[in-house]
Ligand binder design. Structure first.
Ligand code: F1X
Ligand code: MN
Length: 467
């Protein structure tokens, strides 16, 4: 047992168990990924932020001016304190509202502070890092990092993870080139492909986008985790790790919508920048080039989030990068994507809800405008592990619990989750599937090895027509 674990014993009611079934994940359950979130990962991530600020100080001063030197020091102090609060399991504290805060920031701070009060009531005491639900505490940890920068004068919009995200894409360019080449080949066949071929290819692009989700940086604590090899050649070998495959449902939803006439609208809630974003854009390109979707709205985060999540800046950075690299396929695909954005076939959408701690079942009350907007879409594609946790309320469901039951009424439209499994929550498996995996590999839910293409197949909303 490490020194930190010893000191934690005295200040939390740590339990040497997994999370009981039907209960929300909390870091106090020691045999879970939630426990390592605060015992290992987040402190390591914070140390990395501190190190990168010290390392990049001169560069920052050059870009943000002389007074940013003091701001860098201030943020380093802030993040060191935050790290200490976590490792000593201190109570969560309200966010600070400075006098010249923008109206949006004020509203956002109020939301977080109101929620702290709400959770204090629910739990009968002020939440602490290990004792409260980890979905809230983990989201709050990233919101605190944002606050560290917002409290400065010059670094309010500094993204401490930008370089990591950029390096991650640069480390995956050989794989991206292979996928770009394949995607362009599909685009060229736009008029000739039969319906059976398109269905087959859609399943392929869904898989590429799903397995792209293995490349997140928060699970690796910020350590490089890009894609290597030719992802198309890897697809067959990965098939055994695909636990649920509702690709046919996705095809059915889209083609039924097409037959009804009118516009087919697809919403994509993105997860990570770098190679994962690249695969998502290839999926979207496939849908647009073949007129399977007429309009695609792509949702990004409004602030740096869980290290690798896509912000608007990351999105634009990647297109610039694709156009700047000396590879004709990346250049051509980059131009195509830029064109889709310029023509309005695609749009980048920000919404503050994606950087809140709320499970999606609460969206209709907490952000009714977003819920109504998503309900305009024929299909919603939800990327990644954190979004899956939010979809199913971050509960340790019995594995065979129906996916729709686990999402507890969140159903703005048909949706599909593309997720490589990295946390202790999973629903909609065949009975015995999860128990079998528990037996052969106790950490199967944390490795990202296994994946889901999981749709709301039992609630097909097929009457929808957008115009
Ligand atoms: O949502 P993503 O990018 O697929 O995964 C984010 C993630 O790595 O971060 C958390 C670990 O701290 C886990 O919930 C999850 O596995
Ligand atoms: Mn992520």
């Amino acid at each position: 047992m490490t020194e930190r674990q010893n000191s934690l014993e005295g200040i939390t009611d740590l339990q040497d168990t997994v999370t009981p079934f039907g209960v929300q994940l909390r870091a106090k359950y020691k045999r879970t990924g939630a426990y390592s979130t605060f015992n290992d990962r987040v402190p390591v991530i914070l140390t990395r932020v501190i190190d990168s600020l010290s390392r990049d100080k001169d560069e920052i001063v050059k870009k943000y001016g002389k007074s940013s030197s003091e701001d860098v020091k201030q943020v380093i102090g802030y993040i060191s304190k935050l790290k200490n609060e976590i490792v000593t399991n201190k109570p969560l504290i309200p966010l600070i509202c400075v006098p010249d805060e923008s109206p949006e920031d004020k509203e956002n701070i109020k939301m977080w502070n109101d929620y702290l009060e709400e959770r204090t009531k629910i739990e009968g005491k002020v939440p602490t890092w290990y004792n409260t639900v980890v979905l809230y505490a983990e989201c709050y940890s990233y919101r605190r990092v944002i606050e560290g920068f917002k409290l400065t004068k010059t670094l309010r919009s500094y993204d401490p993870f930008a370089k990591l995200k950029e390096d991650s894409f640069d480390g995956s360019t050989a794989s991206a080139i292979a996928v770009a080449n394949y995607t362009l080949g599909q685009v060229e066949r736009a008029q000739q492909a039969s319906s059976a071929e398109l269905k087959h290819e859609l399943a392929k692009f869904l898989r590429l986008s799903l397995w792209g989700n293995r490349c997140d940086l928060s699970l690796s604590g910020g350590a490089e985790n890009g894609q290597i090899g030719n992802p198309l050649e890897l697809l067959n070998a990965l098939e055994k790790d695909l636990l649920v495959d509702d690709s046919n449902f996705v095809w059915d939803v889209l083609t039924k919508a097409q037959k009804k006439g009118g516009q087919v609208l697809v919403d994509i809630v993105l997860d990570n920048a770098g190679y994962e974003l690249f695969t998502d854009l290839c999926l979207a390109t496939f849908l647009t080039a073949h007129n399977i979707a007429n309009k695609i709205r792509i949702y990004v985060k409004d602030s740096p989030w869980f290290i690798s999540d896509v912000t608007t800046n990351d999105f634009h950075w990647m297109i610039e990068r694709m156009n700047g690299l000396s590879n004709p396929d990346l250049n051509q695909l980059g131009k195509l994507i830029k064109g889709y954005l310029e023509s309005g076939a695609w749009s980048i959408e920000e919404d503050a809800f994606w950087t809140t701690p709320f499970p999606f079942m609460e969206m209709s009350q907490r952000d009714p405008t977003l819920y109504a907007k998503l309900s305009e879409a024929n299909l919603l594609i939800v990327k990644g592990d954190l979004n899956y946790r939010k979809l199913v309320g971050d509960v340790n469901w019995e594995y065979s619990t129906n996916f729709l039951e686990a999402t507890k009424g969140f159903l703005p439209t048909n949706f599909v989750s593309l997720r490589s499994i990295k946390s202790n929550t999973c629903s909609g498996l065949k009975s015995e599937q999860g128990q079998y995996l528990d037996k052969i590999d106790p950490s199967w839910m944390l490795s990202g090895q296994y994946g889901l293409i999981q749709g709301t197949i039992d609630a097909c909303i097929c009457s929808k027509t957008s115009s």
